[in-house]
Design a protein. Structure first.
Length: 210
């Protein structure tokens, strides 16, 4: 698998964006380059992590996922999750809705309708189409997989709230941008929008609030 969002790519891409965009250049001076964020080969575990992380802070999602990992003893196979009762999964911190999503994901992997490793050979939009067939997986979820599991270089999760909040601060905007505005801001950053997204998350977590 050709994971492109390596540390070297991030630095090269952000230097290029900074040469075109004074706001990114200033933000880069403040917080430096982000670390590489690779999750290894595409797997069932990655999709389960995405479910856990939906509509939660990074810290809360990490805590819940650690509980899930302990419950399955690090053995991330769909059979392990399907064998757990709803009450056991709720005790780990999963909502009723996310339990349903996790069971649907597990069944899709078991019956072969979703083969995570096979997605690495497909174009971005085909990956999005296949992932969004799953209940509970919208475009944001597919974009997280494209960025952190496949390392695609020009993925831009414009609906992500931290991306929008980061743009608000970096660009000194009057209001937090919606998807349409976020897309417009990032258009000149092509084909490096994946690096820009990872940097904006980094900036949002590191830069002091004004």
């Amino acid at each position: 698998m050709n994971f492109q969002l390596t540390r070297r790519h991030l630095e090269t891409a952000l230097d290029e964006i900074a040469s075109r965009d004074r706001h990114i250049a200033k933000a880069l001076e403040q917080v430096g380059y982000p670390d590489e964020r690779r999750r290894g080969e595409p797997s069932y575990e990655h999709f389960l992590r995405i479910i856990v992380g939906q509509q939660l802070s990074v810290k809360a999602a990490s805590t819940i996922f650690e509980r899930v990992e302990a419950a399955v003893q690090g053995d991330f196979r769909p059979e392990r999750v399907l064998a757990m009762s709803d009450s056991e999964l709720r005790a780990l911190g999963l909502s009723r809705q996310k339990i349903g999503y996790a069971r649907g994901l597990s069944e899709a992997v078991m019956d072969g309708s979703l083969i995570p490793a096979a997605l690495a050979d497909l174009p971005d939009e085909v990956v999005v189409e296949k992932i969004t067939r799953l209940k509970g997986f919208g475009r944001w979820s597919a974009e997280m997989f494209l960025l952190f599991s496949l390392g695609r270089p020009d993925v831009w999760p414009a609906d992500d709230l931290a991306i929008q909040a980061g743009l608000h601060r970096i660009k000194n905007l009057r209001a937090r941008p919606d998807r349409k505005r976020a897309d417009a801001i990032a258009r000149p950053w092509r084909p490096y929008r994946g690096a820009a997204a990872i940097f904006i998350w980094h900036y949002y977590s590191k830069a002091p609030m004004p």
